[in-house]
Design a protein around this ligand. Structure first.
Ligand code: DGY
Length: 326
C-alpha cells in the first residue's frame, strides 16, 4: 500500500480520544469522527468507507455490523472487555490491545492505592490542607498497616506479576489465584478465589472484566477476607458486587477498600463515596502522559502495521488467527 493509499483508509474514532493518537491518525489515515460508539450515528458514507476503528473500548456487535468493510479494531488499553472480540473474530475482524507498555505504571498505581487505603494518606493530606493540623493537632494514627499483611493477587498476568514484584520489595508474602497456575512463579497458588481470600488479608484484584469474572468478588469472598481485610481493585469494576462491597465496608466484614475502577464509570455508588474506609480514584491506573503516549503509539502502530504489512502487532487471543483479507 502506498502512502497515498494509506492516507485514504478511513479510521473511525468514536468519542473523546487521546490527542497524540488522534494526531498520528490524522497524519497517516483519514479520520472519521462520531460523538460516541453508537451504530445509529454511522452515516451511509461511513458504512461505505470505514476499514478501521481506534477506540477506548465500547465497541458492540451492533457497531461492528454497521460497518461492512471493517477490518480492525485497535483498542486503546490492555483491557478489552467492552469490545465484542468474539463477534469480531466471527466476522474475521482483527482486535488489538495495548499490553506491556502500561504494566509498570498500573502496578505503581496499585501500590500507591494500597498504601493510601491502608495508611489513610489522602485524608491525612486533607487534614493538613484544611488547617486541621494547626487547629486540632496531629492526624490520628492509622488503624491499619501494611506490616504483617499477607497479599493475595487475583489475576496473575503481566500486571499481577509487576505488582507481586513490588510487594516482595515491601516484605509481604504473596499468594495468587488465576484461571491456571503459572509455571515459573514462586508464589502460593490457590485454585479458587475463595481459597485465596481465606489465606490472605489483602486482596488485590487485577482480573479482567467479562462474563467469567462478573461479580466474582462477592459477599462470600469478602467474608472470607475477614475483618482485617483490605480489598484493592485496579482491574475492572465489573468483577465486584459493589452493593456487597459497600455492605461489607459498613458492617465491618472487611476493614477498607481502595478502588480505581467501578462497574458503571464514571458513576460511583454513593455508599462507596460516603464510606470512611474507602480510597477512591477515577480510573487512573495507566493515566500518565508518558504511558498514555506509549499506549497511543501502540494503538496506532497496530493500525499502521495492519494496513501496510497486513498483520497486527498485538492481537487479542480471540482474534489471533484472523488474517488480513487480500
Ligand atoms: C486498560 O488498559 O485496560 C486500562 O484500564 C486503561 O487505563
Amino acid at each position: 500500500m502506498t502512502n497515498a493509499e494509506q492516507q485514504a483508509v478511513a479510521i473511525l474514532v468514536p468519542g473523546q480520544f487521546n490527542d497524540h493518537a488522534v494526531g498520528r491518525i490524522d497524519r497517516t489515515f483519514s479520520r472519521v469522527w462520531i460523538e460516541r460508539a453508537d451504530p445509529s450515528l454511522v452515516s451511509d458514507d461511513m458504512r461505505k468507507a470505514v476499514r478501521g476503528i481506534a477506540a477506548f473500548g465500547g465497541i458492540s456487535a451492533a457497531l461492528i455490523d454497521a460497518l461492512p468493510h471493517l477490518e480492525i479494531i485497535a483498542n486503546f488499553g490492555v483491557g478489552y472487555d467492552s469490545v465484542d472480540a468474539r463477534h469480531a473474530a466471527q466476522r474475521g475482524i482483527m482486535v488489538t490491545n495495548t499490553p506491556d507498555v502500561l504494566t509498570e505504571e498500573v502496578a505503581d498505581t496499585a501500590l500507591g492505592l494500597l498504601i493510601n487505603t491502608v495508611r489513610d494518606l489522602p485524608r491525612a493530606e486533607t487534614w493538613l490542607r484544611d488547617g486541621s493540623w494547626m487547629r486540632h493537632g496531629n492526624y490520628h494514627l492509622s488503624r491499619l498497616t501494611l506490616r504483617g499483611r499477607r497479599a493475595g493477587i487475583f489475576g496473575m498476568g503481566r500486571i499481577g506479576r509487576a505488582i507481586a514484584r513490588r510487594l516482595e520489595a515491601f516484605g509481604l508474602p504473596i499468594a495468587y489465584h488465576n484461571r491456571h497456575q503459572v509455571e515459573d512463579l514462586p508464589y502460593e497458588y490457590h485454585g479458587t478465589l475463595k481459597g485465596l481470600a481465606e489465606a490472605v488479608d489483602t486482596l488485590i484484584s487485577v482480573a479482567p472484566g467479562g462474563a467469567s469474572t462478573e461479580k466474582a468478588v462477592n459477599a462470600e469472598i469478602l467474608s472470607a477476607l475477614g475483618p482485617n481485610g483490605v480489598f484493592i481493585n485496579i482491574g475492572r469494576g465489573s468483577t465486584v458486587d459493589e452493593a456487597a462491597l459497600a455492605a461489607a465496608l459498613a458492617n465491618g466484614t472487611i476493614a477498607a477498600a481502595g478502588l480505581d475502577v467501578f462497574a458503571d464509570e464514571p458513576n460511583v455508588p454513593p455508599a462507596l463515596l460516603a464510606a470512611p474506609n474507602t480510597s477512591l480514584l477515577p480510573h487512573v491506573g495507566s493515566a500518565s502522559e508518558h504511558t498514555r503516549r506509549a499506549m497511543a503509539d501502540l494503538c496506532v502502530d497496530n493500525l499502521v502495521s495492519w494496513f501496510s504489512e497486513r498483520k497486527a502487532l498485538t492481537p487479542v487471543p480471540e482474534t489471533a488467527d484472523v488474517k488480513a483479507r487480500a
